[in-house]
Design a protein around this ligand. Structure first.
Ligand code: ADP
Length: 239
């Protein structure tokens, strides 16, 4: 039952090393890269622009569409290129995690397209994708109530662990592995994504969500710092 020490030596509440930057794709309206440990996501935003085919247009508000794609070389055994059930589902999941903070009412009939590529995967790719996409949307100037930060919490054996990697996700020792990706908006104080793969007791789920929110708040600061760096906010404030 006891998971004494994490496989990669991290503390149970320690995130992997994070890198975040915005404005990495010159041809996109907004873009970002978010790397956490060996998991990396890059996102490019196009729009708002007219939606085709027209019958898909929403006359009341803009549409947010996300495409998630794992690059073939992102994992040890080549991932099959092209859309799959998993990637289609993740596109929908990621869009629904971002929609609550996007103010799309000003863009009836228009679409905002978010393309997310995963060059490297070591678990938690949907969370890295949400982090990158949310920064890219802000970089594109899409009006937003907040950024969304996401992280996968897990119960590995008997321990709640933050930001689980693939080795932990595959843990098959006593107690097994439960994977709980969450997305969180600090301004709204709302979870915009909560998924669970595995088994967990109610009280442990509450604990896991609390730990997840703590981790998400740390990620949020890094996302904000990356945006401020591009737009030189600190330099302007210190002038
Ligand atoms: P998430 O990446 O959000 O945790 P999943 O739970 O579906 O999403 O996948 C877990 C992990 O399994 C991925 O991050 C990746 O490391 C690995 N994985 C997913 N698809 C493949 C694949 N086709 N080949 C090898 N590994 C994969």
């Amino acid at each position: 039952m006891v998971y004494k020490k994490r496989f990669d030596g991290r503390k149970f509440d320690e995130l992997r090393k994070i890198e975040a930057e915005v404005g990495i794709i010159p041809n996109a309206d907004g873009s970002a890269r978010f790397k956490i440990g060996k998991t990396e996501a890059i996102a490019g935003v196009y729009g708002p622009k007219e939606m085709h085919p027209k019958f898909l247009q929403n006359p009341k508000k803009g549409t947010l569409r996300c495409r998630y794609d794992m690059i073939s070389f992102s994992v040890n055994e080549r991932a099959r290129p092209g859309p799959s059930r998993r990637s289609q589902e993740l596109g929908l999941v990621i869009a629904s995690a971002l929609e609550p903070v996007c103010l799309l009412n000003d863009f009836p009939k228009l679409i905002v397209d978010v393309f997310i590529e995963i060059p490297q995967a070591d678990a938690g790719t949907r969370c890295a994708a949400i982090c990158a996409a949310s920064m890219a949307l802000a970089d594109a100037g899409i009006p937003m109530k907040d950024l969304v930060a996401a992280v996968a919490v897990g119960k590995i054996g008997d321990k709640i662990c933050i930001d689980i990697n693939k080795e932990e996700e595959d843990y098959d020792g006593p107690g097994g592995a439960t994977d709980i990706p969450i997305a969180y908006s600090p301004v709204e104080n709302k979870l915009t994504l909560l998924q669970l793969d595995g088994k967990i007791k109610d009280e442990d789920l509450v604990k896991a969500i609390k730990e997840g929110i703590k981790g998400a708040k740390k990620i949020y600061e890094i996302q904000k710092a990356a945006l401020k760096k591009k737009y030189k906010v600190n330099e302007v404030l210190n002038e």
